[in-house]
Ligand binder design. Structure first.
Ligand SMILES: Cc1ncc(C[n+]2csc(CCOP(=O)(O)OP(=O)(O)O)c2C)c(N)n1
Ligand SMILES: [Mg+2]
Length: 572
């Protein structure tokens, strides 16, 4: 079977629809598939078994593991993550990951098996309405109606997932179509007249932005994940340096601008730095590049950037003006917009005073913590992971306090090295996403920084790192609590710790060992350092259970309902 002239798929006699599907994956350049078999995808798994394609199939131990791994893979490679799941419970187990990818704009092609076409709608065994379930949480979804359209649909799926603002695309394939024997030519070409993402900026808008910069005394940039997706980190750096504009990052935008750069203000938002948030509050020109003004970033909108003219560069026009009134919209790919801005010569007024003020804030109000009398400090743990990995690891996280500390204390200097669930805030994401990240970047050190709560949601994927001998290092920030919930109960619910303290955590070391994975437990600084060094030097997977103090809180913080300038816990 081969594609001739890129338009028709020539299928030899005896090939099934499933063979055709596998061939479309080969043609799309797929090297890794994440999945889990079942009745409705048996023909597809049979085709994978018979195929001589060179890609690997990674069998997770729960479909949620497959899809988060695909997300981690997509995040570090920029390529589409490919997932296969069966109908019914297979598909519903994928739902959280699909929603997660939608919120964080990750390109996925998710292939779900479906019951045979003739029984769709009869509550057949393992039937679920995948189209109905996934319509609000996908960039696009398809149910294949006939074999002839399968290659075209798959081509479109890859195109839609990876172009414009990336996102997940579901392709629901009824079993009869995978089983059907096809002879002859199939349509592969596609035409999507209603889908033409704008990538080139409107020159007039670039002029407006330049003019705004010429008048601004307190300009700043807010850089989001869109900069990473557009591979525009270099252009962002050139632009910020050319005009001395300070840069704050969103949670997902960390790494799009070097965290150690003198113009970096660090992260803005609920647990961002005082310097970044005050810059937003006082700025007179806020240039948002590829961020979506999420509510955890803005705090109370009434107090968000009250003095600023807002410019917003985004490839998705639906984001512009959604949460924050925008004076200068630029619908474009971030790289192209920055290139257009770099081509202009802008005569900006002197804003040294502004820069001086921000640098002072940065120096005066850094992130801070106090060491506990016993056990480890969670912030110190992250700082050490940063130091001992040379600041160059790919870091994945789960969701909770450890995630925020990782964002604060692991300073990212490069893009595509930070993998976290931002929009959906999905516990259980951290460890499986590290599996996908490691497969996408086999030569890099991948560290999964996870909470003791979140890790227990997907710890079964230990079987996968053992099976493939993936050298992922799992650092459990173990506070024997659902720490972020505990923190909110401490601060806003009079210390009523309802269901947030664990009294029966497993022995994580034994758990790792039961899968054949090395496990360590550390509770003091010296053994932490020597253990991490040993684990990082070891060529296989390892888990380190770090016993940290329980009653620690993430600071500084913008409390719910408060404005970006009303941070608490800014200093000791
Ligand atoms: C699937 C899911 N369920 C519930 C939550 C709500 N939640 C947010 S943080 C958190 C606590 C996480 O605990 P842990 O993984 O131990 O991390 P820690 O905050 O202690 O660092 C919970 C329950 C969530 N984000 N995701
Ligand atoms: Mg915890």
């Amino acid at each position: 079977m081969k594609v001739d002239d890129g338009r028709k798929l020539v299928v030899n006699e005896g090939k099934t629809g499933a063979d055709v599907l596998v061939e479309t994956l080969v043609n799309a350049g797929v090297d890794t598939i994440f999945g889990y078999p079942g009745g409705a995808v048996l023909p597809i798994y049979d085709a994978l078994y018979r195929s001589d394609a060179s890609f690997e199939h990674i069998l997770s131990r729960h479909e949620q593991g497959s899809i988060h791994a695909a997300e981690g893979y997509a995040r570090v490679t920029g390529k589409a993550g490919v997932v296969i799941g069966t109908s019914g419970p297979g598909a519903t187990n994928l739902i959280t990951g699909i929603a997660d990818a939608m919120m964080d704009s990750l390109p996925l092609v998710v292939i779900t098996g479906q019951v045979a076409s003739r029984v769709i709608g009869t509550d057949a065994f393992q039937e679920t309405d995948v189209m109905g379930l996934t319509t609000p949480i996908t960039k696009y979804n398809y149910q294949v109606k006939e074999l002839n359209e399968l290659p075209r649909v798959m081509n479109e799926a890859f195109h839609i997932a990876t172009s414009g603002r990336p996102g997940p695309v579901v392709v629901d394939v009824p079993k009869n179509i995978s089983e059907e024997i096809q002879v002859g030519e199939l349509e592969t070409d596609f035409y999507l007249p209603g889908y033409q993402p704008t990538t080139r900026p409107n020159p007039l808008q670039i002029v407006k932005l330049s003019e705004a910069l010429e008048r601004a005394e307190k300009p700043m940039i807010l850089a989001g994940a869109g900069v990473v997706f557009a591979e525009a980190a270099e252009e962002l750096k050139l632009f910020a340096e050319k005009y001395d504009i300070p840069v704050a990052n969103t949670l997902l935008g960390l790494g799009s601008f070097p965290g150690t750069h003198p113009l970096s203000l660090g992260m803005a938002g609920m647990h961002g730095s005082y310097a970044a948030n005050m810059a937003v509050y006082e700025s007179d020109l806020l240039i948002n590049i590829g961020a979506r003004f999420d509510d955890r970033l803005t705090g109370n909108l009434e107090h968000f950037a009250p003095q600023a003219r807002v410019a917003h560069i985004d490839i998705d026009p639906a984001e512009i003006g959604k949460n924050v009134e925008t004076e200068i919209p630029v619908v474009a790919d971030a790289k192209m917009a920055l290139q257009a801005l770099l081509e202009r010569s802008i005569d900006r007024p002197n804003h040294d005073k502004w820069l001086q003020q921000l640098i002072e804030n940065k120096e005066k109000y850094p992130y801070w913590y106090e060491k506990p009398a016993s056990l480890l400090s969670p912030q110190w743990v992250i700082e050490q992971v940063h130091t001992l990995s040379g600041g160059d690891a790919i870091v994945t996280t789960d969701v909770g306090q450890h995630q925020m500390w990782a964002a604060q204390y692991y300073t990212f200097d490069k893009p595509n090295r930070w993998v976290t669930s931002g929009g959906l805030g999905t516990m259980g994401f951290g460890f499986p996403s590290a599996i996908g990240a490691q497969l996408g970047a086999p030569d890099d050190l991948v560290v999964a920084i996870v909470g003791d709560g979140g890790f227990q949601m997907t710890s079964h994927e230990l079987a996968v790192i053992k099976q493939w001998n993936l050298p992922v290092k799992i650092v459990i920030v173990n506070n024997e609590a659902l720490g972020m919930v505990r923190q909110w109960q401490q601060s806003f619910y009079d210390e009523r710790y309802s269901e947030s303290l664990f009294s029966s955590n497993p022995d994580f070391v034994k758990l790792a060992e039961s899968y054949g994975v090395r496990g360590y437990r550390v509770s003091d600084e010296d053994s932490f350092i020597s253990t991490i060094k040993e684990a990082f030097a070891f060529e296989g997977p390892a888990l380190i259970d770090c016993r940290v103090v329980q009653k620690e809180c993430v600071y500084p913080m913008i409390a719910p309902g408060k404005g970006i300038h009303q941070m608490v816990g800014v200093s000791k």
